[in-house]
Design a protein around this ligand. Structure first.
Ligand SMILES: Cc1ncc(COP(=O)(O)O)c(C=O)c1O
Length: 362
């Protein structure tokens, strides 16, 4: 039997990447943080006001119904196809617990490590499909075993910043399989001539077994609030809800979910994504001029993945100079020659690139 029902993760092999490592531990005080992908900007009033108002209702237990309706409306789905969660991270845990009967769970890497960590913690034995840097981390659906009954993939993917075409992911959906697409960063993506998020499956109700995982913590700087949601088949989400602790999502988090689902918030997200694209182009152009530095693929999100021989040592040198970037070696399929760098405003990028150039030329 593939799945173990002990509820404990199998011990990691000594050369296994540390799936529990996250960029926040690299952004230590005093360093400029290019390690964490959470946007830093003053909170808009339309978000701050309902959050503050929610503090006045803390004596009551949270009621997710209004937020659920608002999120459902945003994505053109009935309310039963939405489950509010304490961040996308809780979504992975609920899915892993609700789907304990999965026989062949497959995770497409490199990607955010929590989906695999959650599966392992729920007793699953996980298989990995490793995308190839030589192919710019493109996904060929034929690489996923036909009898995989649970498949987890990120779009756009952290840390590669690759945005897979919606149709490539849709080709992975089939009866008898749950397809989990982590769209935590979908709101950062944009394409010329496309109104909404270019490759999102969030509104697709025709794909069997599809569950889309969303986060509100990145663009809206709400990592500490813990708010996200699952979108998908009502009966599958009902199973996830059974695995969820009572009142898991707090009243302020629900207020944020409602506010972020409003048309004005969605329009603001599009504007932020457009600005981010320009900032990203600037970062990519600056990195392109540096010796031995190669940006992976065509980055589409709030970070870029960079290859440079001995990047692990370079990361240490950057820390000595006051800059934190995310190590790449804790992502399955990468190694010590990779770094992930957050897209910031052009002035920060320029200051960073100057320091990096100085180190590389020394
Ligand atoms: C790709 C990806 N998915 C999900 C998450 C978790 O997001 P949340 O803060 O909503 O739990 C992260 C956090 O870094 C992430 O990078």
């Amino acid at each position: 039997m593939r799945a173990q029902l002990t509820g404990t993760a199998p011990a990691a092999a000594p050369d296994e990447p540390d799936l529990g490592h996250h960029g926040d531990v690299e952004a230590t005080p005093g360093l400029v943080d290019l390690a964490v992908n959470v946007r830093r900007a003053p909170m808009p009033d339309w978000l701050a006001d309902p959050l503050v108002a929610a503090l006045g209702r803390l004596s009551a237990y949270p009621d997710p119904a209004p937020a659920r309706a608002a999120v459902a409306h945003r994505h053109g789905r009935p309310a039963e196809e939405v489950l509010l969660t304490a961040g996308a991270a809780e979504g992975f845990v609920l899915l892993a617990r609700a789907l304990r009967d999965a026989r062949r769970p497959v995770v497409v890497h490199p990607q955010f490590t929590e989906p695999e960590a959650a599966l392992r913690a729920a007793g699953h034995t996980v298989e990995r499909v490793l995308l190839d840097p030589a192919e710019e981390f493109r996904l060929d659906p034929a690489r996923v075993p036909a009898d995989a009954d649970l498949v987890m993939v990120g779009n756009p993917t952290n840390p590669t910043s690759v945005l897979h075409p919606a149709e490539t992911l849709a080709a992975l959906a089939r009866p008898g399989r749950v397809l989990v697409v982590d769209e935590a960063f979908a709101d950062t993506t944009i394409a010329p001539g496309v109104d909404g998020e270019p490759e999102s499956l969030a509104a697709r109700r025709d794909l069997p077994g599809l569950v889309v995982v969303r986060s509100l913590t990145k663009t809206w700087g709400l990592a500490g609030l813990r708010v996200g949601y699952l979108l998908g088949d009502a009966s599958l989400l009902a199973r996830c809800a059974e695995a969820q602790p009572l009142w898991a999502v707090s009243t302020p988090a629900l207020a944020a979910a409602t506010a972020c689902a409003a048309p004005a918030a969605v329009a603001a997200e599009r504007a932020i994504a457009a600005e981010l694209a320009a900032d990203r182009e600037h970062l990519v152009a600056r990195l392109a001029g540096l010796p031995g530095v190669r940006v992976a693929g065509r980055p589409a999100s709030a970070f870029v993945l960079v290859h440079r021989p001995s990047a692990a040592a370079l990361r240490e040198r950057l820390r000595e100079h006051g800059w934190a970037v995310r190590r790449g070696d804790t992502f399955p399929g990468l190694g010590p020659d990779w770094l992930r760098i957050a897209v910031r405003d052009p002035a920060t990028t320029d200051a960073f690139s100057d320091v990096l150039a100085e180190i590389l030329e020394a």
